[in-house]
Design a protein around this ligand. Structure first.
Ligand code: FE2
Length: 174
């Protein structure tokens, strides 16, 4: 229903704007209670979104990093996030531009979005290469098969990703 989607989009965008405003502050100074309160609201908005619209390819592709290689869920999602934001941009141009603006980096072609999102995460102190997180390169093909089987999430993704597309994302992130 269109009206539900509009409401959910508003919660999602408000949450992303709060991430743009507060995540780096909270990471830099864990005692920054204003920033942490903002992020608590983000978690709440995220929870509201989970019911009606689920998550999509980022979570599906991040899951094998946790299940097979024990990466924390948030780190796993951050490592994959720039790639999925970029790969989905062609199908969701205006929403992607809103996400980029909310997080404070440039939208544009896939390469611009990828590098902006990657820089956003790197500025938090995160090494964005899978290799830096003890993910073995010879497992990427198996991870892609695992991820592709998570239809509960991938069937909602605006772009249909094949096993090969997902393996390519892992290789680009490696
Ligand atoms: Fe999650």
């Amino acid at each position: 229903m269109l009206s539900d989607l509009v409401i959910i989009d508003a919660y999602a965008l408000q949450g992303i704007e709060l991430v743009g405003r507060y995540l780096k502050r909270a990471v830099d100074d864990g005692a920054d209670t204003e920033a942490r309160a903002g992020l608590s609201l983000v978690a709440f908005y995220g929870g509201i979104c989970l019911g009606p619209v689920f998550t999509t390819a980022d979570h599906a592709i991040a899951y094998p990093l946790g299940t097979r290689h024990k990466l924390p869920h948030g780190i796993a999602n951050a490592l994959i996030f720039p790639h999925v934001l970029a790969v989905n941009a062609g199908a969701t141009a205006s929403k992607t531009a809103q996400v980029c603006a909310a997080l404070g980096f440039q939208s544009g072609d896939q390469e611009t979005i990828l590098s902006g999102a990657r820089s956003f995460c790197e500025a938090l102190g995160l090494d964005m290469r899978l290799r830096a997180h003890n993910v073995p390169e010879d497992d990427l093909v198996h991870m892609a098969q695992d991820a592709h089987a998570i239809r509960r999430l991938l069937d909602w993704n605006p772009v249909d990703l094949s096993v090969e597309d997902i393996e390519e994302i892992y290789r680009a992130a490696y």
